[in-house]
Design a protein around this ligand. Structure first.
Ligand code: GLA
Length: 370
């Protein structure tokens, strides 16, 4: 061992002090603020965001490019907006979002092909105004899927084929939508078949919410198991992740990941946000306890929830292929309008001024595993 003279000893002391506090293996990402969210998670899963056409023509663009490597069109590809009449398509906004992604080397998740909301008025009726037959409805579904999936073939790597077909009522499996009333369960089966025919290389997802609540989880699982047993080409499950500071628990989240991946399905969290209110789809009124304020206490709870869910995501990286946030920043979120307009929410990682929230730093504050 070489002799180290007294003049060098203080240096040595600082060297040991430094390596004690910052050993290579425990360096956190936090030190590098030039990184975007997607960079922190590059060895884990893609990080996406739902965008509107307007978002991509706004001052949010630099933030979107820095932090995300996947885009989901928020509404532009839903059936009503993109296919307003039987022989008319509105491609402009959807094309523009896909072009933006291609130009910037981002992936695109297509959303969605068949849903009970955002349906165009022509869909369920014939020219005489009568309800269409099952055969006619399925043919319309086929034509729709063929046109939309076909147009973006090779540019959209994954599709939410069927959205929210499971009922909100624990007693029944499937939602009593017009799709279901007219075509029975076949609308689900056929939607996947049509999508697979239109682009055999796209990964096809079933997408739903409240999938970590044990009761709903069981019914979604039952549906997935049945579809797989019938040979339906469903390859992934989209867990929407419209969560709140109150749910899910870590255990519920782990259970859902374990349960759905046991079917061999790829898992993506497709619509992540963490509301500061108890999340309930059927709460219609602004309540007296809604202060519209992002208080320090609410912020602390949100930080903890974000920290926990990303810990669970990272731990399950072998089962999860993507995380997508629903909306870019707290400046505009769908929760500001739902269930009623005017109740401001703060569910994302960027604040109303597009700055990084404290929750952001918690989410990226982990040891880099190489
Ligand atoms: C559902 C849909 C999304 C979006 C959100 C909220 O979860 O899948 O397309 O409409 O609701 O806006």
């Amino acid at each position: 061992m070489p002799h180290i003279g007294p003049t060098k000893r203080p240096l040595l002391f600082f060297f040991f002090l430094f390596t004690f506090y910052f050993p290579a293996s425990s360096q956190t990402n936090r030190v590098d603020s030039s990184l975007g969210l997607k960079d922190y998670f590059k060895d884990y899963f893609s990080i996406g965001v739902a965008v509107s056409y307007q978002d991509l023509h706004s001052d949010e663009v630099p933030l979107i490019l820095k932090h995300f490597n996947s885009l989901t069109p928020e509404n532009a590809m839903k059936m009503g907006p993109i296919h307003p009449k039987e022989n008319e398509f509105n491609w402009k906004q959807a094309d523009s979002i896909v072009d933006f992604a291609v130009r910037h080397g981002m992936k695109v998740r297509g959303h969605n092909l068949c849903w009970h909301e955002y349906t165009p008025s022509w869909l369920f009726v014939d020219s005489a105004g009568n309800q269409v037959t099952k055969q006619a409805l399925l043919e319309r579904l086929r034509a729709h899927i063929n046109a939309v999936v076909g147009r973006y073939k090779g540019k959209i790597y994954a599709w939410d084929v069927v959205n929210e077909a499971v009922s909100d009522s624990p007693q029944v499996l499937l939602r009593n939508s017009l799709w279901y009333q007219i075509a029975g369960e076949d609308f689900i089966v056929q939607a996947f078949q049509y999508a697979h025919q239109a682009d055999p290389n796209a990964t096809l997802f079933y997408n739903d919410y409240n999938t970590e609540r044990p009761e709903k989880m069981e019914r979604v699982y039952t549906l997935m198991k049945k579809l797989l047993a019938e040979g339906v080409p469903v390859q992934g499950i989209g867990l929407q992740a419209h969560w709140s500071i109150y749910e899910p628990s870590g255990e519920e989240l782990e259970n859902a990941i374990r349960k759905f991946s046991s079917l061999g399905l790829k898992i993506q969290f497709t619509e992540l946000d963490i509301s500061i209110y108890p999340w309930e789809k059927f709460v219609r009124k602004k309540t007296e306890t809604d202060l519209d304020q992002f208080t320090p206490a609410l912020e602390a709870q949100q930080i903890e929830k974000y920290k926990m869910v990303f810990e669970v995501f990272r731990k399950n990286r072998d089962k999860i292929t993507g995380i997508t946030f629903w909306n870019v920043s707290d400046r505009r979120t769908w929760l500001d309008y739902y269930p009623v307009p005017g109740r401001k929410n703060y569910p994302l990682l960027f604040d109303t001024g597009l700055n990084l929230k404290k929750a952001f730093w918690k989410v990226v504050d982990f040891k880099v595993s190489r």
